[in-house]
Design a protein around this ligand. Structure first.
Ligand code: SAM
Length: 330
C-alpha cells in the first residue's frame, strides 16, 4: 500500500471500539457520544481478516486502540488472531490501563508485545476532574501489572494542557524515571468531539522542552528516529543521579507527515489514510457482502493511494475530521 508520495503503509492502527470507560474533558462530553451500534462493529474474525490482508500488503506493526480497547472482551482473541499470522506483525496496544491488572498476563500470552498507557496527571483530584472518573489508582496498578507481565518498556502517553497539567511536566518525568517507564509528551491536536481545541491553548513541543531543560540536561537519544514520531531525549537530573528517556511528539508544530507510514481501521470497518482525513473507505460492506480478498485489497490500495501530503492543520481551509479521535482510534 503506497501513496503518490512514495510512502509505504507499514503501521496499521486498529480501533476495536469507540466506547470508553473514561470521559476525558479534552476528548468527549460527560454524557459520552452516540456509540456505534454493536452490529456495525467488526467482529474479531472480520478485524483479523483485514489485519491479515494488511500484513500480506506489507504491514509489519499492528496497534490496537479505541475508544478503550480493554472494554472489548474478545481483545485477547483478536490479538491472538493477529499474532498467529505469518509473517507475524509486532503487536502493541494503546489503553488507559483500567483493567490491565486482570488482563496484562492474558494479553501478553495472546501475543501482545508492547503497550502504551495514557496518563495525563499523577494527582488524584486532577485525574478525577480531567477524566470525570476516580480511577487513577486503577491506572497506576495497571501500569505495574503491564511491567510485571513483561511488556517492556511500558510507554506512557501524556497530553500536556495549559492550566490543566502543564505544571506536571517535570514531576511526571521524575515519576517515569523512578518507575522504569518511558514517557512521551504529545501535542494536543484538533480531534476532540466538542471542537474546543485552540492553537493558543496548545502546549507546544518547544515549551515542553524548555520545561524539561529547567530540571534536566537533555541529549538527543542515540536511536534513529525513522518513522517514529517521537523525538527522543535522554534526560539526566541536574545532580546526575537519575536518567531516563523522554519522547516529545510535536504532531502540530513538528509534523512528521513526510515520514508517515500509518493507516487506520475504525471499529466499524472504515479505512482511513490519515487521522485528519475527510474521507474513509468502507471495508465493512464488501467484507459482509462476500468480497474476495483481492477485491478488499484493491480498496485498501486505493485508499492509501489517495493519501495527502500532510495533515494540513496549518492550512486556512483546514477542517477537523468528521469523527472525533475516540471514534477513529488514537
Ligand atoms: N483509550 C485509550 C487510551 O486512553 O490510550 C486509547 C484511545 S485514546 C483516544 C488514545 C490517546 O489519544 C490518549 O493518549 C489520549 O490522551 C490521546 N488524545 C485524545 N484526544 C487527543 C487530542 N485532541 N490530541 C492529542 N491526543 C489526544
Amino acid at each position: 500500500m503506497v501513496d503518490a508520495f512514495g510512502r509505504i503503509a507499514t503501521d496499521l492502527r486498529v480501533s476495536v471500539t469507540d466506547r470508553c470507560n473514561l470521559r476525558c474533558t479534552y476528548c468527549m462530553p460527560p454524557e459520552g457520544l452516540d456509540w456505534i451500534p454493536g452490529d456495525e462493529l467488526l467482529s474479531a474474525d472480520e478485524l483479523v481478516r483485514v489485519v491479515r490482508l494488511a500484513v500480506a500488503e506489507g504491514v509489519t506493526e499492528v496497534r490496537f486502540t479505541g475508544g478503550e480497547p480493554l472494554v472489548r472482551p474478545d481483545l485477547e482473541a483478536i490479538i491472538a488472531g493477529a499474532a498467529g499470522l505469518s509473517p507475524a506483525p509486532s503487536i502493541s496496544l494503546t489503553t488507559n490501563g483500567i483493567g490491565l491488572t486482570k488482563r496484562a498476563e492474558s494479553l501478553r500470552a495472546a501475543g501482545l508485545t508492547r503497550i502504551n498507557v495514557s496518563l495525563d496527571t499523577l494527582d488524584r483530584e486532577r485525574f478525577t476532574s480531567l477524566t470525570r472518573r476516580d480511577r487513577l489508582a486503577d491506572v497506576l496498578d495497571g501500569i505495574e501489572a503491564a511491567k510485571a507481565a513483561g511488556l517492556h518498556p511500558v510507554k506512557i502517553n501524556t497530553v500536556p494542557m495549559r492550566g490543566v497539567n502543564d505544571d506536571e511536566v517535570v514531576s511526571l518525568v521524575r515519576w517515569a524515571i523512578d518507575s522504569g517507564v518511558h514517557l512521551r509528551f504529545i501535542e494536543q491536536m484538533p480531534l476532540d468531539a466538542q471542537h474546543a481545541w485552540s492553537r493558543q491553548e496548545m502546549v507546544k513541543a518547544d515549551e515542553i522542552l524548555a520545561q524539561l531543560a529547567s530540571a534536566f540536561t537533555l541529549e538527543p537519544a542515540a536511536e534513529v528516529r525513522g518513522s517514529d514520531p517521537a523525538e527522543r531525549w535522554t534526560v539526566t537530573s541536574l545532580d546526575g543521579a537519575a536518567t531516563g528517556v523522554v519522547g516529545v511528539i510535536g504532531s502540530v508544530t513538528r509534523p512528521f507527515c513526510a515520514a508517515c507510514d500509518r493507516v487506520r481501521l475504525t471499529s466499524d470497518g472504515q479505512l482511513r489514510n490519515c487521522l485528519f482525513s475527510q474521507t474513509e473507505t468502507d471495508l465493512r460492506t464488501p467484507l459482509r457482502n462476500g468480497a474476495s480478498d483481492e477485491e478488499v485489497v484493491v480498496l485498501m490500495r486505493e485508499c492509501l493511494a489517495a493519501k495527502k501530503a500532510g495533515h494540513g492543520i496549518d492550512e486556512p481551509t483546514f477542517l477537523p475530521p468528521l469523527r472525533p479521535m475516540s471514534a477513529i482510534g488514537g
